[in-house]
Design a protein around this ligand. Sequence first.
Ligand code: FEO
Ligand code: CA
Ligand code: CA
Length: 685
Amino acid sequence: MIDQRNTSFEADDIGCNNSANTAFDSVLKTFLSRRGMLKGGVGTAATLLLGGALAACESDDDVAAPPPRTLELNFSPVAKSVADVLTVASGYTASVLYSLGDPLAAGVSNYMNNGGEGGTSFMQRSGDHHDGMEYFGLGANGRLDANSSTRGLICINHENITQIFLHAAGPTTVAGVRTVPDEVVKEINAHGVAIYEVARGTNGAMSLVRDSAFNRRITPNTAVDLAGPAAGSAFLRTLNSPTGAASRGTINNCATGHTPWGTFLTCEENWAGYFRRAAGDDATRGGSTARAVKALQRYGIAQGASGNYGWATATSTDPADRSFRRWDATQSGASADGSDDFRNEPNTFGYVVEIDPFNAASVPRKRTALGRLAHEAAAYGTPVQGQPITFYMGDDSRGEYVYKFVSAASWSAADAGNGLAAGDKYLNAGTLYAARFNGDGSGEWLPLTLANTALTGNTNYAFADLADICVNTRLAADAAGATKMDRPEWTAVHPRNGEVYVTLTNNSAAIRPVDKVDAANPRSYGAGGNVNGHILRLKETGGLGSATTFRWDIYLFGSPAAAAAATVNLSGLTDANDFSSPDGIWFDSQGVCWIQTDDSAYTSVTNCMMLAALPGTVGDGGARQVTNTVGAATGTITTQVGATPTANNLRRFLVGPKGCEITGIATTPDLKTMFVNIQHPGENT
Ligand code: FEO
Ligand code: CA
Ligand code: CA
């Protein structure tokens, strides 16, 4: 039932946590005595509109009802499918709202889907690979109206490209060199973010407002500011910004977030893969023990890397144009600080970037205080007047960590609507933490500060200052002793109880062999590793800002329904709700949890999907022993498992076409329209 994982390049799978920091340190110690000894070592991307009364309804259909009443799922589950179609639950309709290449300005021609458009035209067209997405209600005054379901702005990430579909005959590469610069311009511009207006027509359907003044593309070339502790530091100085105060654009934007004050957050994930670095660059920078080299290696930017799509090999017709050469991070200049080359260009990516969707002229700000990771979503804890604002974040690579940022400033509801100025107040100063999950269901937030002696006392990498921690966040979390996780993807906060959910999409046999499971990442099975992923949740045990401890359990384990209940199908999934590789997770305003998959392990049985769930609370299940066996290796670990889902609280709502990932979700405030992204359908066909 379980396919082997696709062995071709998959950017999300990159793992480079080679720290000595063990994944199972305290966890394993807790349970080692009870363990047995080991015996062995797209054609397109599209946003869909789903119409109908949405899947979860209050028992009396009053969607504006207060929290205490009971929710019910009232749709028939959609069957698993490998058909090359989109299927939604009976009674709902789906239509395409926004596809690759769609015009975002008046006078821009319709997309031809034959590679005929020029590269610069994508500055006014939809990018590729639709990913995370947020809906902001738009008022008649052009400002945020949180209750508007008739007019809104959608902010959407364009994470990546399927190169073959963008050009008439695929990309042109001669002897390793991109010889057609306009192809590269198009590929760069098809990345980034889009903001577009939608309006509800008289027929009730939402459509894109092509000539809206709010429509905007933010590409990897758009001017951006660097903000927070690392701004202006030597880490961020480049030929484009010798002061380190600014950079250009954003790339590989995966999941999203928004803020309590009404701005959009876009998160840079697999940015590291775009950089070329020449063979021999380690020696130029002082050798393998040099801090700069350790930093590059920790983020997976090895010397000799050619960079995704070979952009750095293209030559612009304009000698002053640095938009290609900036993707070559080789140290080539004579300066001490990197202000005469692009050796530091990778340090300008990997952030949560704040954008004001209501001001098309505003300059996006990279919030370095939230750390430099393969960022996934940034979900805030329920704001409390007079308390700090918290954001929960995952770092999606094999064996990376879960993080929390706590603002130094205390929340004032009067800041709502204040745009990037409010962001300056809450997102430029605070404390970043990494999570450690203990085997007994407790957890700790480990501060990534110079006051933490685990950081100052570590012998691997000497942190110079807070800017260093913000730029080299993974090294800081290594030193702090965070728990290596099975690829943290999205985070989400339950609106009714404030519990924090984290999808852990899957992991490989190399990172998660039987003898390196832990309570929070407890499975290694089949050919090894955690093939189907799981969803962890945590509950803070103190106040929002002050909590440095939490309780956790595993809400759901992805699994084929037919897999062994004692070892793999630990959540007792059935044919009506089995899934693999959870990625997107999002709560609607009523508390329905929507789960989206990005899978390649179960795709012989079903395409990727979206489920609706009504989760309970941390601790509603209990401790469970799991015995893992891979070949001759075996071991038993105790984990914490949530209550077994039922046919009433976990159902499959949607199955996508072949080859796609289901990702990105938003609704109008009235819950009558849902927006869902279908990323790279058919990319291998
Ligand atoms: Fe872009 Fe980790 O998904
Ligand atoms: Ca994702
Ligand atoms: Ca993914």
